[in-house]
Design a protein around this ligand. Structure first.
Ligand code: AMP
Ligand code: ZN
Length: 652
């Protein structure tokens, strides 16, 4: 029995490798499934004989309760950054002063998350995130679902290896497409998608999302003498090592390699954000040692924000929920930071005038990090026509006349019955930071609106399963699911509703503050302008906008209707106690966080009583810094402001 099980495991792992790693299957899916089912049956009958490298570990779902902290035996380090040739030369000089004949290995800086894998006698025992470098999270179950991580090594070695777990661009596109169809928020980039996936408690989702890895370090004491040899060893052991790396003898060669990488960056099937340069000789690495945060023997060269030339084909004008009409450029497609860009924002009419953007111009588009592509400027030498862009005088949705207020950069449609504004408003109402109705994305809103099933936000609560069944794409089950999500949203704390109403100048932060103060929307509606304006940082603009909103008869009716439909109008959040740990402190967030998103970290800080602001000044009490922190960190150090990290925040 055990022999057959072992045989099946070996066969299935071999087929899986052909399929996933080499893309050259030698058996049919049918054949594979048959053997797989045989193995599953045997494992069910004899759980005590389940092999540690069985492919059944890689699929199927367990719902985890949470992640345990994991104390790294060997801490993970961060890397010093370089943004220019000069900074690389400075690095080289520091190293070469002591070791004139040093050689370097250049590797791609994969834009994913660091992982640490520990094997005991050849069997994968734990997989963990980096965390703050000394304490991470145990995500073993999730990492077992990453197909290219070996569950068992060809030799019974006990060791810890490090690398990067990332989401290939193809998987990223597929994940976002399905999220878009389900009306869920799309991931901003593959890195966020990979981070979100590794924090999944449902392991089945991890298996579906097709993450991959590149390993580059042996963290436990190694028998190798150079980084080059470590990479070769990792490859021998069955880890995926990135094929692009190069050993060089001078910083000029490093620079040449960086140029080479920059040129092929777009063609890679995954995102990179730079090149890591490491001293090759491990004995020299040891001699050089570490600073507080990072090894002195390595540096990460980071690519600048990418810019490309493209030709302006046409401009689309779209109406947002506040009536602002925004221009978007349609461009000849260009590759930018790994994605094909054919549209970029032109911001507003004033921007077009200021940058003097004209018909058929050649423009520079750029994309930095997570931000959406934007037009930066015109390439004047390539201007072919003096003709100006047509600025619309009427709303593209409702044809009413557009206004350009003196104190504003934007064009505005002020028709309250404008269909585009209503649709945008409905989608905003359902969005995550507002009422958070999963499944009610812009595409579904469009259909509901065009079938006249929903006219305003109160109409959402009158929808029935039968209504939804009139829309294509809905079946009994999916319709019921959306209705359930709509019903569930009635119980939200009222700051979500207030934000969802889309009142000008009333963002999610202001909504939170307002309801903490007034406890319910009806109470807020009756509040005096002066009292609202006196709330921390809100001011007159917000207060007057609210007053104007609540003064309209339509708003009163809408609130009545929502109330009758059973929508909660009260604040359910906790009042922040005066003795909360960060009560009265002004806190700034900076850098990349590993586990929390920015808005989660902010919410957490606020729940602890802190006031979160955007920039460091002498009024700042505390800086919470993730990795890659830049000028805010140095400014905080200059001002001797207390600095803490993400792990600290989580421990509070
Ligand atoms: P930083 O987050 O900018 O301090 O950069 C350090 C991080 O770069 C490490 O924690 C790794 O996750 C990541 N990284 C990506 N590729 C590599 C590589 N080839 N060698 C070392 N670190 C890498
Ligand atoms: Zn309009």
């Amino acid at each position: 029995m055990e022999t057959r099980m072992k045989e099946l495991v070996t066969l299935l792992n071999h087929y899986a490798e052909e399929y996933y790693t080499k893309d050259a299957p030698s058996v049919s899916d049918y054949e594979y499934d048959k053997l797989y089912r045989e193995l599953v049956a045997l494992e069910e009958a004899h759980p005590e004989l389940v092999q540690p490298n069985s492919p059944t570990h890689r699929v199927g779902g367990t719902i985890l309760k949470g992640f345990e902290k994991y104390q790294h035996t060997y801490p993970l380090y961060s890397l010093q950054d370089a943004f220019s040739y000069e900074e690389l030369v400075a690095f080289d000089q520091r190293v070469r002063k002591e070791f004139p004949a040093v050689t370097y290995v250049c590797e791609l800086k994969i834009d994913g998350l660091s992982i640490s894998l520990s094997y005991v006698e050849g069997v994968l025992e734990t997989g963990a995130t980096r965390g703050d470098g000394s304490i991470g999270e145990n995500i073993t179950e999730n990492l077992k679902r990453v197909r290219d991580i070996p569950l068992v090594l060809p030799e019974p070695l006990t060791l810890t290896v490090r690398g990067e777990c990332y989401m290939p661009r193809a998987s990223f596109d597929a994940v976002n497409l399905s999220r878009q169809e389900n009306g869920e928020a799309e991931f901003a980039n593959p890195r966020n998608a990979a981070a979100g996936t590794l924090r999944q408690l449902d392991t089945k989702i991890v298996a579906e999302r097709k993450l991959a890895t590149f390993l580059y370090q042996e963290a436990s004491p190694t028998d190798q003498t150079s980084q080059e040899k470590v990479l070769a060893k990792l490859e021998r052991l069955g880890f995926v090592v990135n094929p692009h790396h190069k050993t060089v003898t001078s910083i000029e060669q490093v620079w040449a390699y960086i140029q080479e990488v920059a040129a092929m960056r777009d063609q890679l099937p995954y995102d990179i954000d730079g090149v890591v340069i490491k001293v090759n000789d491990l004995a020299i690495q040891e001699e050089l040692g570490f600073t507080v945060k990072a090894p002195k023997w390595a540096v990460a060269y980071k690519f600048p924000a990418e810019e490309k030339e493209a030709k302006l084909l046409s401009v689309d004008w779209t109406v947002g929920r506040t009536g602002v009409v925004t221009p978007t450029a349609n461009l000849t497609p260009v590759q930018l930071a790994g994605t094909t860009v054919s549209r970029a924002t032109l911001h507003n009419v004033d921007y077009i005038a200021e940058k003097d953007i004209r018909k058929d111009d050649t423009v520079i588009v750029y994309k930095a990090g997570d931000i959406i592509p934007a037009v930066l400027r015109v390439v004047m030498d390539k201007r072919v026509s003096e003709e100006r862009l047509e600025i619309p005088s009427h709303c593209p949705s409702c044809q009413s006349e557009l206004l350009h207020f003196e104190d504003e950069v934007a064009l505005r449609c002020i028709n309250p019955r404008c269909p585009a504004q209503i649709k945008e408003g409905l989608a905003h109402f359902a969005s995550r930071d507002a009422m958070n109705i999963t499944g009610l994305g812009p595409a579904v809103v469009e259909k509901l609106f065009s079938k006249e099933l929903v006219q305003d936000v109160a109409g959402i609560y009158r929808l029935t399963v039968d209504d939804l069944l009139q829309l294509d794409g809905f079946k009994e089950k999916s319709a019921q699911k959306l209705i359930d999500a709509i019903q569930a949203s009635k119980g939200n704390s009222a700051e979500k509703l207030l934000f969802g109403l889309g009142i000008r100048h009333v963002g999610s932060k202001a909504s939170q503050l307002l309801l903490q103060e007034f406890h319910s929307i009806p109470a807020l509606a009756e509040a005096e302008v002066e009292r609202i304006a006196a709330i921390d940082s809100l001011g007159m603009v917000v207060a007057e906008s609210l007053k104007r909103y609540f003064a309209q008869e339509g708003s009163q009716l809408l609130l009545e209707e929502l109330k009758d439909a059973g929508v909660n109008l009260d604040y359910l959040g906790q009042k922040v106690a005066a003795d909360a740990p960060l009560s009265g402190k002004t806190v700034v967030l900076t850098g990349k966080l590993e586990r929390l998103t920015r808005s989660e970290a902010k919410a957490k800080l606020e729940a602890l009583g802190a006031k979160v602001t955007g920039s460091v000044s002498k009024n700042t009490d505390l800086l919470v810094a993730g990795s890659d922190a830049g000028s805010k960190l140095s400014k905080a150090q200059e001002l001797s402001i207390e600095i803490q990290d993400e792990a600290w925040l989580e421990s509070l």
